[in-house]
Design a protein around this ligand. Structure first.
Ligand SMILES: [Zn+2]
Length: 127
């Protein structure tokens, strides 16, 4: 016989929060890298170009906001001047940054329109 599940006591009334929870793009990226991709803070910090203690601060605030959103707040994304998005070129492999929200039309190095938001993809089949 399975043991009867013990009662868990809560005192919340849902929704706890009714307002808007504003996330900056770097907070969402921190959540994605740490809690969805499962990277360590050192790995994630390196990808985002910040120190591990800075990543920890971003993640801590992001998790607090994620909890507020889960408890009834409405998630929204806001701009932050200090956040840039990585772009890369399919043709020459060049990687560069643009202010978050800006969409470049061509590679600043070779002029190709064959670009995408994100890091250069690693070639498959090379083990
Ligand atoms: Zn290029």
């Amino acid at each position: 016989m399975p043991r009867r599940k013990k009662y868990r006591k809560v005192s919340l009334d849902f929704p706890v929060f009714g307002g808007i929870v504003e996330f900056t793009p770097d907070e969402l990226e921190a959540l994605r890298l740490a809690d969805i991709e499962g990277l360590t803070q050192v790995e994630a910090a390196k990808l985002m170009g910040v120190s591990q203690p800075t990543f920890h601060r971003i993640l801590k605030e992001a998790r607090r906001k994620a909890s507020m959103a889960a408890l009834g707040g409405k998630a929204s994304i806001v701009q932050d001047e200090s956040v840039v998005k990585i772009f890369s070129c399919f043709r020459c492999g060049y990687e560069w940054n643009e202010r978050y929200g800006d969409l470049p039309e061509r590679c600043p190095k070779c002029g190709s329109e064959s670009i995408h938001g994100g890091r250069r993809r690693r070639r498959r089949g090379r083990r």
